[in-house]
Structure formats: structure tokens, C-alpha cells
Design a protein around this ligand. Sequence first.
Ligand SMILES: NC(=O)c1ccc[n+]([C@@H]2O[C@H](COP(=O)([O-])OP(=O)(O)OC[C@H]3O[C@@H](n4cnc5c(N)ncnc54)[C@H](OP(=O)(O)O)[C@@H]3O)[C@@H](O)[C@H]2O)c1
Length: 416
Amino acid sequence: MTASTTYPPALARYRHTAAPYALITGSTAGMGEAWAYALASHGFNLLLHGRSEEKLSSLRDSILSQNVQITPNLDIRYVICDASLVPTNIKPIREAIGKIANLAIVVNNVGGSGGGYDSIEEADPEKLEDEIATNVTFPSLVANATLPKLRQQQPSLMVNVSSISGLFPTPFVTGYSASKAFNRHFSMGIYHEEKALGTQVDVVCLGPGVVVNNRGVQGGGTSMAPLASTWVDNAIKTIAPKLWRSRPPAWSLPHPPHNMAAQFCKLLPESVALGLFRKEMIGLRNNEGNNRAGGGSSANGTGFTHLSARAEARSKAKASATASKSNPPANAASRSGPVSEVTQAGPASAPQPERAPASAPAPALTQSAAAPASPSTAGVSAAKASPHLSKKSVDESANPKPPAAAGPPTTEILAA
Ligand SMILES: NC(=O)c1ccc[n+]([C@@H]2O[C@H](COP(=O)([O-])OP(=O)(O)OC[C@H]3O[C@@H](n4cnc5c(N)ncnc54)[C@H](OP(=O)(O)O)[C@@H]3O)[C@@H](O)[C@H]2O)c1
């Protein structure tokens, strides 16, 4: 970087040395990728984290070619590390940050869900373990490893990425939702530690609602499901220092429509808000059951992503095994409806997708906009798909839902 280069004023607080670096975990797609482009354009060298060398090197080349005039001497490095490994191993991250003198920003972004809307007893235990490793253990150890470096570079910044679903317990994605609540609690704990210790390490936890990531959430961006770049621009505005504050807020929902939706839910009595969530999640689960039964994809707008190729391979192997056995395994038995229907609908050996493949048509962003099942078949399918659902729940799904626009603005944020 040249001394004469001028950058946008936001984040200037953290750009006080000649060559500050930003570490971004899960940088090869979605919001992580958007952070990488944005931070480069704000004058930060990058340490990109991901699990695919091919994606990391192509991202590095793309950012360098776009920033050649803005930040001519940009240094971009990358580190490969599977966040879902159990036990968690962040040695590559430790080694990579050990080689960096000025680590000014850490964006603890990597995360996702194993996909699908299983109840906890239905969940593949290994998938659940991967989810917790990726969303909880890995970011915790990254925080542990990077804080000493951030202390050397004050003022500096740690961003931890949670989710709106971390605010509201969300059934059928319970592991994900709980892990995102952990992220928020963990981040706010560190914020208060740093404040109590009088450091200038700013710690910010951000809660996305649904954000387009071209996996589970596709599309061109809407107010309730913005593009990742839009969401990151809003996040950077949130972090920008305010005159009356010595440090950015510990927690924020940076995208205004997400914030409004969350505030609306918080105004409701808790039992009402959680009842709405429950109802919406039953709808998403039933819709997934219907899609499976019809041999289609489980397209939905949740933004949940598969965490690891390992988990994906296990899911496929399990689906094949299920199709070839007359007695389904214990986990499958609890959702025996979709399994038997899928077996009838497709070739016995065909692995069943847990979620929309990349080539699938853009999924709807709300349950009400998703491929509708007729009210009668929805009820029947729900009964088959979810023997654990109460009669009331099944009846709810048998009755058509009001269009999303007519209801409270909860639908889009539920599964985020
Ligand atoms: N998108 C949403 O609607 C939404 C809503 C609320 C919260 N969030 C949270 O926001 C964060 C970013 O979400 P996103 O939707 O932007 O993500 P995304 O598009 O799915 O991208 C996830 C990134 O993490 C990487 N990654 C995933 N599993 C990994 C693993 N086991 N090891 C190493 N890298 C791994 C991916 O690598 P590959 O490219 O190799 O897959 C990719 O770079 C996550 O913490 C998520 O929980 C997202």
C-alpha cells in the first residue's frame, strides 16, 4: 500500500499501522467473501480462511485484480483448515497469524447448518457434532488464538457472526439456533472482558437474518434477503465509530429490515413470538417432507449450508443404505414418511438431497412462497413425514397459511 492511498473513512480506527491485516474465516462464499472484497477496498491486507485451496487462490486473484488501483500493494494470504473437524484443530490458523505482524481485524464468520429440518433425535449425530464444531468450537478457538495478536495492534476489532435465530430458539434447527446463541453470548462476554480490562480491542457480534449466499438462499437480493455485499456494507456502517461512543456496540442486527423484524418479535409476549416461530418451522419441515416425497429438492430460504463434505458423504451413504434396506435405521424411522415415499418416487439407489443443489431453481425465501402443496396433501404428507407432530400441528399444515405479506414480518427471519 502506498502512503498516498485514500480509503473510505469507515474502519479507519483499525488502520493505524502501515500494513494492517484482516483474518476472515469462511471467506470463499457468501458474507465471508463479501467481507474479503470490502476489507481489501478499505485498505486491509487479507488472511483468507477456507477449506478449498482452489477457491481461496481464485478469490485472492479476483480481489487482487479488482483492487489493483485502489490498493496496489495489497498482500493476500490464505490458510486452509476444515472447521468441522473433531477434535478441532486450528494449528494452521495459529501458524498463519504467527507470521503476520499487524493483525487488526478478525472476522469470525465461518458457520452453517447441516441442512434439513430434523428434530434433535432424528439428527445424524455426526452432523450435529460437525455443526457444533464449526459454529461453536472453531470460532471459540479462533478468538482464543487471535486475541493476543489483536491486543498488540490496538485499537483492533473482532467480529463474531451469530444470527437472528440465536435470539429466538428455533425448533427443527435447534442445534444451529443454539450454536448461534452461543456465538452471541460468547462474543458479548469477550466484549465485557475487554472493556473491563481497559483494552481497545473492540468486539462486535453481528446477527444476520436471511442473506443471499447462492447456496440455500439464492436470488438477486430483496429487502428481507439482501445480497451478502449489501449486508456487509451495512455491517461496516454499524462498526464505524460514533462520536459519542468509545467503541462500537457489542451486538447489532446491521441490516435495517432484519432489525425491524427482530424488534417486532421482541415486542410480542415471548410465548406468542415463539409460537409463531414454531408454526413457521413446522411449515418449513412439512414443505421439506413434501419436496422429498415428490422427488424434488428441499428448496427453502434458510441460508443453511452443508458444513463439510464428510457430513454430505455420510448423508448420501445413509440415504442409499436406507433405500436398500427393508428396515430403516433408527434415525430414519422417526421420519419414516419421507423415507418410504422417496423410495417409491425414485430409484432405490438415488441419494436424496438434503437441500437444494446448486443447479436447482432459485428457492423461495419464505415458506408461503415455496412450492405450494395442496392443503389436503400437505396434511397427509405431514402426518406421514412427521409422526411426532401433534394432530394440531398436522391440522395447521393442512390449512393454507395466509400469505407472508399479511402476517407479521417473521417468516424470513425464522430460519436465519
Ligand atoms: N446466509 C444467511 O442467511 C445467514 C443467516 C444468519 C446467519 N448466517 C451466518 O453467517 C455466516 C456466513 O454465512 P453465509 O451464508 O454467508 O455462508 P456460506 O455462503 O454458506 O459460506 C460459508 C463459508 O464458510 C466455509 N465453510 C463452511 N464450512 C466449512 C468448514 N467446515 N471448514 C472451513 N470452511 C467452511 C465455506 O467454504 P466453501 O466455499 O468451501 O463451502 C464458505 O467459505 C455463518 O456463520 C452463518 O451461520 C447466515
